[in-house]
Design a protein around this ligand. Sequence first.
Ligand code: HEC
Ligand code: HEC
Length: 192
Amino acid sequence: MTTRMTLAAVVLALPGTAPAQDGFAELKDQCIACHGEAGQSETPDTPSLGGLDAYYALVSLVGFRDGRRPSEIMVPITEEMSNNDLRAAADWVAALPDPVPPEAPGDPEMMERGAALAAAHHCTQCHGADLRGGKQMPSIRNQREDYLLKALGDYKAERRFGDRAAMVEVVQDLDEAELSALAHYVAHLPAE
Ligand code: HEC
Ligand code: HEC
């Protein structure tokens, strides 16, 4: 529990006030190859980064590097990155444009089910009225459906805890079909 509680404090206390080094610049092409250039990922199970704020991006990157958040891909990438490299990466993420809705509209039945579940489980209370996050909460609107489902499953299986384990609690009583409906709904929300 302590490691979970102190994550935000750890990030804020990260040493390193010198200007950002070149560590991120060297890796940036790799980041883009997987996550896409304009905040929109075309890679299976790989999140779009557009819409995430710098704080959430930094917490995530530090979480990978320091072993609090599992990922066979992101852990080795961040392992060699300094605090300043991670800061530069988080600033890059924060400047990316929001992802756009998929071309095909959502399945009406899944959209209806997802909307009801989102209302019942208060997603907007933390992720914002439009689900675009803010105030240190990740944007989830128009995130890739496969990644959303993976993330929700990781919280449910307690493979991923996040900052205050809020999500572990949210998904506790939701079954696979409900998580699928939620992921489908959030991914396919129309443009505002
Ligand atoms: C080989 C592909 C690959 C490369 C290269 C890569 N990523 Fe990732 N990244 C992923 C995957 C897959 C995940 C999802 C991890 C998980 O399942 O939680 C991820 C997750 C993330 C997240 C968390 C997003 C969220 O919504 O929680 C951030 C931030 C991120 N990557 C930034 C970067 C940056 C910055 C770089 C370059 C330094 C980079 N990634 C390079 C594949 C990649
Ligand atoms: C009590 C506040 C709270 C509520 C309610 C909540 N969330 Fe979250 N959510 C969070 C926090 C905090 C995080 C970031 C946790 C972390 O760092 O892993 C998060 C992360 C997520 C992520 C991972 C995002 C990413 O980019 O990896 C998804 C997906 C998500 N929430 C979906 C939902 C859905 C769907 C609902 C409603 C069913 C919901 N959340 C309700 C607080 C909340």
